[in-house]
Ligand binder design. Structure first.
Ligand SMILES: Cc1ncc(COP(=O)(O)O)c(C=O)c1O
Length: 436
């Protein structure tokens, strides 16, 4: 039974008064109050059902009974910190290791993607003894001060670019500097990173790390050209730096075909550090960093303990294990491949009917639809994207959001139990609204 303690207007008034206004609401002019959820569906205080196309955190489905059961059972038994010997943390690390290349074998458990990326910065700088970082344009890696400094999406609106941060062009073959018609976009984009390294060297600076999401999301659901990451890793490593793959959004089988999105680049490609978060705990704050034995040893060698009060506690690890079980038992990667391909296919068909759809891209249940007012000039259709999001919510109770530098890319990152019927409903409603 839903628990609704306050009238919606009271909740809104209290939220405005008590919660920092920079913590924004979806649909701020008419927010939705969600009181319960199941699978890919959210229910408001009146029992109205909304289809969730946004939440890549509730990976195996909202309030999945297996996750709730695992959490409750461990919570009833014990919850300590990782300074006591406990089975869950090692069993969980072992299960995660089985999904990763064997070089990535040392784990640090934390509570958020930001904590994982901040730790990645520390590890990279400690291991390389260099300071500088290369990031992709429009990237977002977290809300800590250290990460705002390596997130062009944020620092451009704040204090600006630090001298130790270098921004490489986003390898976007739809509207970037090298497009589909380029003979070798992966090499051309990788060479932009090489140029940045050489420029940094000329200034007497040294590269500690290259950070990139394996499929840049805030940048607009950009699929990196195949082979880009291995080439970049080669340049970065020859400069003495390390390659950090931010899998906070894309890990745990979201792309269907692979458990980790970096694996899409090349079967043999292995980053030096991988960070993960959002889907890991299905809503419970659980995140992680995995790295090589050498990088971990350099971090240990500084003699300073790494202690994280909540990271890797028995309850978090029990939940993490349960999430892995559900992904396997319910073949959610298979579902992401099948339903994601169907959704992309339906949306691609809409492109032939609606000039405003400039591009449909993505893999598995990580799909972007870029809206443009002019296909030749690729002028971002920001207002139409905002109006479509609003109408889908008000007329069809479908929750979708936008991303990309111009907020003109509709993004679909639903719970992995999203169904063929859900995909058909979404495509049908978008078609109706765009036709109108
Ligand atoms: C790619 C990426 N990295 C890191 C983060 C930060 O994760 P968290 O919000 O869990 O700190 C986010 C959050 O949106 C993200 O999208």
């Amino acid at each position: 039974m839903a628990v609704d303690k306050l009238r919606k207007e009271e909740t809104l008034e209290m939220r405005k008064r008590l919660i920092g206004q920079s913590c924004r609401l979806f649909y701020s002019d008419n927010p939705v109050k969600i009181v319960r959820a199941r699978g890919q569906y959210l229910f408001d205080e009146n029992g109205m059902r909304y289809l969730d196309c946004i939440s890549n955190v509730h990976h195996v489905g909202h309030c999945h009974p297996s996750i709730t059961k695992a959490a409750t059972a461990q919570m009833e038994l014990l919850n300590t910190n990782s300074r006591f010997l406990h089975d869950n943390i090692v069993l969980y690390a072992d299960r995660l290791a089985a999904t990763l290349p064997s070089r990535l074998c040392v784990f640090y458990f934390v509570n958020s993607g930001s904590e994982a990326n901040d730790l990645a910065l520390r590890l990279a700088q400690q291991y390389t003894q260099h300071e500088d970082v290369i990031v992709l344009d429009h990237a977002y890696h977290g809300h800590l001060k250290s990460l705002i400094e390596i997130s062009p999406y944020k620092f451009r609106k704040l204090a600006g670019q630090k001298e130790w941060v270098h921004v490489a062009p986003l390898p976007d073959t739809y509207r970037g500097i090298y497009r589909e018609d380029h003979p070798n976009p992966s090499q051309a984009y990788a060479d932009t990173v090489k140029d940045l390294i050489e420029e940094a060297h000329r200034k007497g600076r040294k590269i500690s790390a290259f950070f990139a999401e394996s499929v840049p999301s805030v940048g607009g659901q950009i699929i990196l050209p195949q082979g880009y990451s291995p080439k970049v890793a080669e340049y970065v490593r020859s400069a003495g730096g390390v390659f950090v793959a931010d899998e906070v959004q894309t890990g745990f089988g979201r792309l269907g075909s692979h458990f980790w999105a970096f694996q899409q680049q090349d079967d043999d490609f292995c980053p030096d550090i991988v960070t993960m978060g959002k889907p890991m705990g299905n809503g419970h704050p659980l995140a992680c960093l995995v790295t090589t034995a050498e990088i971990a040893a350099a971090f240990t060698a500084n003699g300073v303990e790494y202690f994280n009060t909540f990271g890797g506690n028995p309850v978090s690890c029990a939940i993490g294990l349960a999430v892995l079980d559900v992904i396997e038992n319910e073949d959610l990667r298979g579902n992401a491949s099948r339903v994601g391909a169907h959704l992309k296919d339906l949306l691609t068909k809409l492109k032939t009917r609606h000039q405003i759809i400039g591009d449909v891209r993505g893999a598995g249940l990580f799909v972007g639809v870029e809206l443009v007012t002019d296909r030749q000039k690729k002028t971002p259709a920001t207002e139409t994207a905002a109006s479509l999001v609003k109408r889908l919510k008000e007329e069809d109770r479908i929750c979708v959001s936008t991303d990309g530098p111009w907020e003109n890319v509709l993004k679909f990152k639903p719970p992995m139990c999203f169904s063929v019927e859900d995909a058909e409903q979404v495509a049908c409603c978008i078609d109706r609204i765009l036709t109108g």
